[in-house]
Design a protein. Structure first.
Ligand code: FE
Ligand code: FE
Length: 207
């Protein structure tokens, strides 16, 4: 993760007159408007806040990349259980993307994505599983589950940390939004384990 350090040097001035968008014209709900105005320019200039934003941009890119990859994994899956799990999580991932956009909005920031090398690599690995295994086999499903769980664990680590950061900074609504996504990623991980145990692993061991 390449840090965007430019803003950290202006810490002492604490005021950028041009950036006083405390009231966002977009309808973001009554609650969020009051939250938004509570984010002071001093907080926005802090390195912790900048680091938090940088990581949000990273997971935003990662989620978008995953949303594009999941339908491909769905198509490649052998069992209908795994295909359905991928289909379900594609929809959930679209929700995660919207949730991050909401978080950016609450912080009074523009939603921007920054390439996440980790997720790119994880999806590459999933593609290798597809090319290295035969269509219609349980071994392929076992490999796809492994790849998907690696991606989920990356997301769990990221959301777990980001929700803690948000809590530390006193962003209550952001904390609960990130917690919701974190919970969903954990549920997905558990669901994938269940599919492996109930439908895939035994068959794979017999192929
Ligand atoms: Fe996600
Ligand atoms: Fe996920």
């Amino acid at each position: 993760m390449a840090a965007e350090k430019k803003t950290s040097t202006s810490k002492t001035t604490g005021s950028k007159a041009t950036n006083s968008k405390t009231t966002n014209s977009k309808a973001s709900g009554t609650k969020s408007d009051s939250k938004q105005s509570s984010i002071s320019q001093q907080m926005k200039d802090s390195e912790f806040h900048q680091f938090f934003l940088d990581e949000l941009k990273d997971i935003y890119w990662a989620e978008k990349h995953l949303a594009k990859a999941l339908p491909k994994l769905q198509k490649a899956a052998t069992s209908k259980e795994l295909a359905q799990a991928f289909e379900k999580h594609t929809q959930e991932t679209e929700t995660h993307i919207k949730t991050i956009e909401k978080v950016f909005e609450l912080l009074g920031e523009k939603a921007t994505a920054k390439k996440c090398d980790a997720m790119e690599g994880l999806i590459e690995e999933a593609n290798s599983v597809i090319s290295d295994t035969d269509k219609g086999t349980a071994v392929r499903d076992a490999g796809l589950i492994l790849s998907a769980q690696k991606a989920e664990h990356y997301e769990i680590a990221t959301y777990g940390t980001l929700r803690t950061f948000a809590e530390k900074m006193g962003h209550e609504e952001v904390t609960s939004l990130l917690q919701q996504t974190l919970d969903n990623e954990k549920e997905t991980d558990v669901a994938l384990t269940e599919i492996a145990v109930n439908f895939v692993n035994e068959e794979a061991s017999e192929e």
